[in-house]
Design a protein around this ligand. Structure first.
Ligand SMILES: [Zn+2]
Length: 471
């Protein structure tokens, strides 16, 4: 087992290493910007980890993600697909030689989509593609029939509330960014029900694509009737808008069989590289292994699981053993409940204060940019210095905020410094929660580079003389 030996030896090696780190132009000369002395021993570690992205092994993460998503398909909470994926991941982590590999049981909600359809009845019968929103109730067997009412905002619905009774309301809100437009997916149904609508449709939360609706979670407000709700493609939202402008009356029939079954057993998959000196102190990395049902959840978030897992496999392969434990967690049920993140917090309550850093990858695994970070200024400075050695991957930026839905409960309860993998984001919300979220959208090189970046960051943070300073 090779291990970074004495820092003296490593520092000597560093001096002979390639000068790719932080080359900076001054006038006509190129000089190497200094890195802090404490980081010098880690330069050859970075070189060894980054070298793994260039050999044939650089395809390992993509191949693993392709196997997983090709074989098991979508992984909705409670599904046999997800259960089989959990058992497969556990077995694969053991094959990788990770330590303390286990399934940590969590109960998850079980929402079933069932058959669903949206038909235009008038002006002329034809069907429109839809995806029911996760958590929606069903319609009656014969469906819900109503005249379409289109609004552009909650305010417009309120202003025109007298027109909404007995209608099917469409929130045709053009995608700007996720935070702004996802409010209509989450809260549209109850807003429409409050003014007497029969059902709510939302324009897909994403830029125009290939006439694909986007599913996603929704929630009902207490004390308001639960009405069925679904997303339609941006193209059909624009089409309805054109028809309405022409003065055409649009009557629709929505049919949905969506329903909940009893909560089902599921699990978070956990594996570790145990620390050599402070094994009870933990650097946590991970993503969520569940997905929505239309695609195969390759980008959201199979990729996040595989690159964080791959970071541990790389360290294991290279024989790099840090002082602290690095733990990968593949969380269950991020998409429709958050039971995996809550379950982790509860199961690990006693050791949350020993978590040095929690990092989540759930924004896709495209070209790496670096990491988002939320924590103390001193910790941010340390991470910025570490990431400077990831410049060859383009992964050296530290953004203002970091975190994730799965690590969120543990981070809040344990006041853990939190980070997220940051990547090029132009395609993410085009594919997000659609049938097009498949592995072919992802580049093997990007996965390898992301895994290497996470491996190096996690290794150094786990190997620091003192834990990352907390605020
Ligand atoms: Zn996700």
């Amino acid at each position: 087992m090779r291990r970074v030996a004495s820092s003296f030896l490593v520092a000597a090696l560093a001096l002979t290493g390639p000068a790719w780190a932080q080359a900076k132009k001054t006038g006509s000369k190129t000089v190497e910007a200094p890195i802090p002395a404490w980081l010098v021993p880690y330069r050859p570690v970075a070189e060894r980890i980054l070298a793994t992205t260039r050999d044939a092994g650089g395809n390992f993460a993509w191949d693993r993600l392709a196997f997983m998503t090709d074989t098991f398909g979508p992984r909705l909470s409670g599904s046999a697909n997800l259960d089989a994926t959990l058992r497969w991941a556990e077995a694969e982590m053991k094959k990788d030689g990770l330590e303390n590999v286990r399934l940590e049981p969590v109960m998850v909600p079980q929402w079933i989509r069932g058959d669903e359809s949206l038909e235009i009845l008038e002006p002329f019968p034809n069907k429109v593609p839809i995806l029911g929103l996760g958590g929606s109730v069903s319609t009656r067997a014969e469906g819900v029939v109503g005249e379409l009412m289109i609004v552009k905002s909650f305010d417009e619905l309120t202003a025109r509330k007298d027109e909404a009774r007995g209608r099917i309301v469409l929130f045709n809100v053009v995608y700007t960014n996720y935070g702004e437009t996802v409010r209509y997916r989450g809260g549209g149904a109850s807003a429409a029900a409050r003014v007497g609508a029969l059902a709510a449709l939302v324009r897909a939360v994403g830029p125009p694509g290939m006439r694909t609706p986007h599913t996603g979670g929704m929630r009902y407000e207490e004390g308001i009737p639960k009405i069925p709700t679904a997303a339609i493609p941006t193209e059909d939202a624009d089409r309805f808008e054109r028809m309405a402008k022409r003065g055409q009356k649009i009557t629709l029939r929505l049919r949905m069989d969506a329903h909940f079954l009893d909560d089902a057993p599921s699990a978070n998959v956990v594996g570790e590289i145990r620390g050599t000196e402070k094994p009870d102190e933990i650097v946590l990395v991970g993503g969520h292994i569940d997905s929505w049902d239309p695609g195969t959840g390759a980008m959201d978030d199979g990729g996040g699981c595989v690159v964080t897992w791959e970071a541990l496999r790389l360290l294991k392969t290279l024989g790099l053993k840090p002082k602290r434990t690095i733990r990968v967690v593949l969380f269950t049920n991020e998409e429709n409940g958050g039971a995996g993140g809550n379950g982790y917090r509860d199961a690990h309550k006693a050791e949350l204060e020993k978590h040095v850093l929690a990092l989540e990858s759930d924004s896709g695994v495209f070209r790496p940019r670096g990491f988002g970070f939320t924590g103390s200024d001193a910790a941010r400075k340390t991470l910025t210095e570490i990431a400077s050695l990831l410049k060859p991957l383009g992964a050296d930026a530290i953004a203002a905020q970091g975190g994730g839905a799965d690590i969120g409960p543990a981070v809040a309860a344990g006041k853990i410094p939190s980070a997220s993998l940051e990547v090029e984001g132009s395609k993410y919300f085009l594919l997000h929660h659609t049938p097009a979220d498949t592995v072919d959208k992802l580049d093997p090189k990007d996965l390898a580079d992301n895994a290497a970046a996470i491996a190096f960051l996690a290794y150094v943070v786990a190997d620091l003389p003192a834990p990352l300073p907390r605020p």
